[in-house]
Design a binder for this molecule. Structure first.
Ligand SMILES: Cc1cc2nc3c(=O)[nH]c(=O)nc-3n(C[C@H](O)[C@H](O)[C@H](O)COP(=O)(O)O)c2cc1C
Ligand SMILES: [Mn+2]
Length: 489
């Protein structure tokens, strides 16, 4: 069932115990710390903050929207108990059969319940949290979507980029080199033009996931989100731009992004997905805000990044789906699955194969490394045999520790696509070099049994499936419920 807006999603989550109502937490670090501590607990409920000091009742913040299996399953319209690996397979299937569903224009737009322009605008009217202790200020944009039209082309890009509140009418915007928004701005700004922009900071988390997942250039995230939900996203024209904005959004801001040589502001450092504060303080792009639209009792969608292994984003690494698909498309045979670790970004990509020929594992590693879903900010690509549980980092590291001979089975690839956000980039490269010059190396780890003598590799000593089943049947009183589920495999 597609959700028509964030409110309907929250209500549905609430009915299955997936929401924690929190009253009175302060925007200054309290909301952030509660959100972080909850994200550290696997599958914890999503906090909905109300009665935020200094703000009218009803001005809310909803955070960690997809940080549980059940909530992730909800947006995919899957059974709440669906395991994350099955959800990734479903995502890939839907991606493969994509038929773009363009958004539908409507006039009746709840987001236009209140419209402010000019002097009426004060961004501090919304309870943007200061999420992490060393953030420079308050970030209204974490689970946001930044909407722009491709200059000279006919398509709309939507993407999640962080936004700091600089003052009543100015937002900061940080976009990593190479991202679609970054490419658009290069074109606008080369012509000396400010770029028209609209940003939603509260919408259906399905749209959010699509805005934070890698899609090819020229594929509008609106069209893919419409395809996934099986119905078009309803959009309405902005009040100062003609950009399509989600009609049922909670808060939408419109404005323009001036060229870098006209105005920038110091931004960051912000607590990033890497687990560090890497980027900033540094002069960055801004949005000059020209209009603010919002519904009564608006809800900010918060998705502040936290240090791995917190599942602050989703429990399913959707970018791994692109890599799996890429492996299939170029014809790497017998790929059993792809998974990623690293708080949503592909620091560690794991590919599982059923080895068929000498060189098969290396081929899989090289293709995975270069695929869109794993290329940006990657570090390690690990290839394992089909018996390894790729969703378990412990199991993967067991394979690395026992099946990889480092001298023979590791390859170093230099000068790959990274980002200023990468903590290993030196301060000189991060701050003094021109944008886009940062890069890092990769290691491909072949943690498969050596192909030449794989049949002579020592046997694994875990109890077989047959023995487990027999014991579980006979001694069901020892292994009840969840325990039994755990030892079944
Ligand atoms: C919560 C969250 C915050 C993000 N913040 C940023 C950001 O500040 N800048 C950025 O370049 N990418 C950020 N990303 C990653 C982009 O949203 C992601 O790479 C997306 O695919 C970019 O879309 P695009 O290819 O249309 O540019 C963030 C992702 C998430 C989940
Ligand atoms: Mn895009």
């Amino acid at each position: 069932m597609p959700f028509k807006d964030l409110r309907e999603f929250i209500d549905t989550c609430d009915r299955i115990g997936e929401v924690k109502h929190i009253s009175g937490a302060h925007w200054d670090l309290e909301i952030g710390a509660i959100t972080e501590l909850l994200a550290e607990i696997p599958n914890s409920p999503a906090p909905l903050f109300d009665d935020i000091p200094g703000y009218p009742k009803g001005h809310r913040v909803f955070a960690n929207p997809l940080a549980s299996n059940k909530r992730t399953a909800l947006i995919l319209d899957q059974h709440p108990e669906t395991p994350p690996f099955e959800m990734l397979k479903y995502w890939i299937k839907r991606t493969r059969e994509i038929k773009p569903v363009p958004p539908r224009w409507v006039d009746d737009a709840p987001v236009k319940e209140h419209v402010l322009t000019g002097d009426q605008i004060n961004l501090f009217d919304f309870p943007s949290p200061k999420w992490h202790e060393n953030d420079p200020g308050r970030y209204l944009g974490t689970g946001d979507t930044v909407i722009m039209r491709a200059p000279g082309e006919d398509w709309i890009n939507l993407a999640t980029y962080r936004m700091e509140v600089h003052d009543e009418k100015t937002l900061g915007l940080w976009i990593s080199p190479g991202k679609h928004g970054y490419l658009f701005l290069q074109k606008y700004h080369e012509r000396g033009e400010a770029a028209p922009v609209a940003v939603s900071v509260g919408h259906d988390p399905l749209l959010f996931v699509c805005c934070a997942t890698f899609f090819p250039y020229a594929m509008s995230e609106y069209d893919f989100a419409g395809h996934l939900r099986g119905a078009p996203i309803e959009v309405t024209r902005g009040v100062i731009t003609d950009l399509p904005i989600p009609a049922t959004a909670e808060i939408v801001i419109e404005g323009e992004i001036p060229p870098r040589n006209e105005e920038m502001r110091m931004e960051g450092p912000f607590g990033e997905f890497t687990g560090y504060y890497a980027v900033g303080p540094h002069p960055q792009l801004i949005i000059r805000v020209k209009s603010v639209m919002f519904r009564s009792k608006p809800i900010i969608l918060g998705a502040p990044p936290f240090k791995f292994p917190s599942h602050w984003f989703t429990t399913v690494p959707f970018n791994a789906g692109e890599t799996w698909d890429a492996l299939n498309k170029v014809g790497v045979p017998d790929v059993q699955g792809v998974w990623q670790f690293g708080s949503w970004f592909p620091f560690i990509t794991v590919v599982s194969i059923r080895q068929r020929y000498a060189g098969h594992a290396k081929q899989a590693g090289l293709v995975a490394m270069g695929s869109k879903g794993s290329a940006y900010c990657g570090r390690y690509v690990i290839v394992v045999d089909e018996d390894v549980d790729i969703t378990s980092l412990e199991d993967v590291m067991w394979a690395v520790a026992t099946r990889c001979e480092p001298e023979r089975d590791m390859d170093l690839i230099r000068e790959c696509w990274s980002s200023p956000i990468d903590p290993i980039i030196s301060p000189h490269m991060r701050f003094e070099m021109a944008h886009g010059q940062q890069n890092t190396s990769r290691v491909i780890i072949n943690a498969c049994k050596p192909y030449a003598w794989k049949d002579k590799f020592p046997r694994t000593n875990i109890a077989s499936k047959e023995l487990r089943t027999k014991i579980l049947d006979k001694y069901s009183d020892i292994f009840a419920g969840a325990e039994a589920e755990k030892v079944k495999a």
